[in-house]
Write a protein that binds this ligand. Structure first.
Ligand code: ZN
Length: 344
């Protein structure tokens, strides 16, 4: 079990980088992975803080998260031999920093500039160009520094998307339980409870999750980080990714780069909750409250896209047993499900 040793969330916590580095024993060198925009938002600040502490710091910019990017960063790590790699940015920068540092056996620190998904704290990386359209094991961050003053500058839509990724745990955990009961899969109560509690807290605090509300953002960040920790405890994405994620991954195949991960997962959760006999209307209401999409139109998808994605979802990752594996829905049944939940 690999867990973060330092987790700081709050206003202005970026200023605490020196003490965190000191406690972790990083006093000589660091490599920052960031993007053009995120460098301005946070990368430059982090670099200045570390340099003022006497560290030798290099910055490498990446704009995508492909295997090529990972290899390029690995080469950089080989040359520079930094004590630690920081991923400063949203999804792609953190994913690339996490996997390349894991491959070179260098610790990784996550400095998220958005709250759009649980990858900011998880041990998994989502990299394009791999055989499978889902995340692979990398390593857990040794520290997570989530400054709400920085994250609040990102468009609100990313926050709403992050809520979708957390609410997804309601059905992900149900699917995990189902896999335990039906196919004897290992099930970890602690990891499952942690993921579920995160979803519950976001649902309870949905009214506070709105543009400009720091308290709501903090609830979401803590939930996303707890989800990341749940995956570290489980040693896989199981507590956080079930049939609703398979629906999202299927859409990634049908319509690549169409919309945000958490938005797709949120809509998937509405439908999978219906299949599980859960209160799907509560899921939909929560998504509406936080301003996340709840139907095909809001996701920029056609009816056919949704039905097809539901239909192919179980084949995306056949070894991941979910309610979709159990029910083996026909195209007609997929359509009925989407209609019943008013997704189409
Ligand atoms: Zn996710």
């Amino acid at each position: 079990m690999q867990l973060p040793r330092e987790v700081v969330v709050g206003e202005g916590v970026i200023e605490r980088v020196p003490e965190i580095f000191h406690r972790l024993g990083f006093t000589e060198s660091a490599l920052i992975i960031t993007g053009s925009k995120t460098e301005e938002v946070a990368g430059r600040t982090v670099r200045a803080i570390l340099e003022s502490e006497g560290l030798k710091v290099e910055t490498l910019k990446v704009e995508t998260a492909t295997l090529r990017d990972v290899r390029a960063v690995e080469e950089e790590i080989k040359d520079l031999k930094p004590q630690v790699v920081l991923g400063v940015g949203g999804g792609t920068k953190i994913d690339v920093a996490k996997l390349s540092s894991a491959r070179r056996k260098v610790p990784f620190i996550s400095v998220p500039t958005t709250a759009s998904h649980d990858g900011i704290a998880s041990p998994l990386s989502s990299i394009k160009g791999l055989e499978k359209p889902y995340s692979i094991m990398a390593q857990a961050p040794i520290a997570i520094i989530a400054d709400t003053n920085i994250i609040t500058k990102a468009p609100y839509r990313l926050v709403a998307s992050g809520c979708g990724d957390v609410i997804a745990k309601v059905t992900a955990v149900r699917d995990w339980k189902l896999a335990r009961d039906e196919v004897g899969e290992y099930y970890g109560d602690y990891a499952a409870s942690l993921a579920l509690m995160s979803a519950e807290l976001v649902m309870q605090n949905a009214q506070k999750i709105k543009p400009g509300n720091v308290e709501g953002l903090r609830v979401l960040l803590e939930a996303l980080i707890s989800c990341g920790v749940a995956m570290s405890i489980a040693g896989s994405s199981r507590p956080c990714s079930g049939s609703e994620h398979l629906f999202s991954h299927a859409l990634d195949v049908i319509k690549p780069n169409n919309t945000m991960h958490g938005e797709k997962c949120g809509v998937g959760t509405i439908m999978m909750a219906h299949l599980h006999g859960l209160d799907w209307k509560r899921i939909r209401e929560t998504l509406k409250t936080v301003g996340a999409p709840t139907n095909a139109k809001e996701l920029g998808l056609t009816e056919e896209d949704v039905v097809k994605a539901l239909f192919i979802a179980p084949s995306i990752r056949p070894e991941r047993y979910t309610i979709l594996s159990k029910l083996n829905l026909s195209m007609e049944e997929c359509k009925r499900l989407a209609k019943q939940t008013e997704v189409i």
